[in-house]
Design a protein around this ligand. Structure first.
Ligand SMILES: NC(=O)c1ccc[n+]([C@@H]2O[C@H](COP(=O)([O-])OP(=O)(O)OC[C@H]3O[C@@H](n4cnc5c(N)ncnc54)[C@H](OP(=O)(O)O)[C@@H]3O)[C@@H](O)[C@H]2O)c1
Length: 356
């Protein structure tokens, strides 16, 4: 029977824990049955007599090995989350290109990479915000070059693609962060999405990622080095009722990345999908950061530290724990559905009160 777990990597090894439960549980059957037999419970007595001791010993051995493996994978997860040093990003090339770089996660990722000595090209929609972000990063990191380009990804046509191509033509682009994205204004049933909302989900999440990758990749391939970070979401790993369009768009990014991770490794390029849960940004409509919804800066420290490691990663520790919980509880789809129903009810109430 296939395991009902998402095919994530670098998360806590929930599959192993599931197996531990299963094998250790089986190995315990004899003990429990014998115990029950001494308590004269007839069906357990039969069970105790029916189990071959050699089978139990083999199961106990397998259970023990799986326990060791699980313990090692927990230790590895602690190491990768808290102790592993980040890669030397400049080895990928001198420049990092970040889309959606004037706010939220994108701006924080650009800042963090500049702190690590990367020159950064900020791409986003609003010229004034780009100038502000550029000034801010230059002031904090005077030794790096910062440039910007105003692009509206809601219609990333051939003209705009040519603008990006011209902007990166003379740059040694080592890292591309495909961060720009959009979600729903609030959770909705799929039939309630407007055509414009659906187009925007595809254009901003899928098309921006596909075409930016195609623009940056030839240079990286020629130089035989580079790293591409695509922003997915936890909504791409797990069914996300009432965010189906967003979940599907991010799912495209996740699957494309997983395949590219394998094929582009042969050309010296690391391709990765980061799958955050909530981060306190405008997109998430969260103003105040918390342990479970970190500030963009806190997320970016973990996010930049994870560049070059793994195909699919959720680098912030509390997100990893939440994903682990979602992977082991059998009713996780209902939990997410109910959470979104609550958010939807609140948003509808707010909309109604605005109309009054
Ligand atoms: N925040 C979360 O909880 C969360 C969770 C999972 C995944 N993610 C993913 O993480 C990524 C970043 O999200 P975020 O929360 O940091 O978003 P955000 O705070 O809303 O920032 C969005 C950025 O994208 C730019 N942008 C918006 N529309 C644009 C357009 N049409 N053309 C060009 N740029 C545009 C914005 O520029 P302006 O300032 O000009 O508007 C801004 O710089 C997204 O892909 C999102 O799906 C976020």
């Amino acid at each position: 029977m296939p395991l009902p777990l998402p095919p994530t990597r670098c998360l806590l090894c929930s599959r192993s824990l599931w197996l531990v439960g299963r094998f250790a549980g089986m190995a315990c059957v004899k003990e429990i049955a014998q115990c029950a037999a001494t308590m004269s419970i007839p069906c357990f007595k039969e069970m105790a007599e029916g189990i071959d001791p050699s089978v139990v010993n083999v199961l106990a051995l397998v259970g023990g090995l799986v326990l060791v493996r699980s313990a090692l994978s927990v230790l590895a997860s602690v190491f990768t989350t808290f102790l592993r040093p980040g890669k030397d990003l400049k080895k990928y090339g001198a420049w990092a290109v970040v889309t959606g770089a004037t706010d939220g996660i994108g701006k924080a990722m650009a800042f963090q990479m500049a702190k690590k000595g990367m020159n950064v090209l900020l791409i986003s929609r609003t010229e004034a915000k780009l100038v502000d972000a550029e000034t801010e990063i230059k002031a904090a990191c005077p030794s790096v070059e910062v440039a910007h380009l105003a692009i509206d990804y809601s219609n990333f046509d051939a003209t705009l693609q040519a603008k990006v191509a011209a902007a990166i033509a003379d740059k040694d682009v080592g890292i591309l962060v495909n961060n720009v994205g959009v979600s729903y204004p609030f959770p909705k049933y799929f039939d309630e999405l407007t055509d414009d909302e659906m187009k925007s989900l595809l254009e901003m999440n899928v098309n921006s990622t596909v075409w930016m990758t195609r623009l940056a990749l030839p240079g990286m391939v020629a130089r035989k080095r580079g790293a591409i970070v695509n922003f997915g979401s936890a909504a791409a790993l797990n069914p996300s009722a009432l965010l189906a369009g967003y979940s599907g768009a991010k799912g495209f990014i996740l699957k494309m990345t997983e395949s590219m991770h394998v094929e582009m490794a042969a050309k010296g390029i690391h391709v990765q999908c980061q799958v955050p849960l909530l981060v306190a940004t405008k997109l998430a409509k969260i103003r105040r950061a918390s342990l479970t919804a970190p500030s963009p800066a806190t997320y970016a420290k973990a996010g930049v530290g994870a560049i070059g490691y793994g195909a699919v990663v959720s680098p912030y520790w509390a997100h990893k724990l939440q994903l682990f919980a979602l992977s082991v509880i059998p009713w996780s789809e209902a939990v997410v559905f109910n959470m979104h129903k609550g958010l939807r009810a609140r948003a509808l109430k707010k909309l109604a009160s605005k109309k009054d």
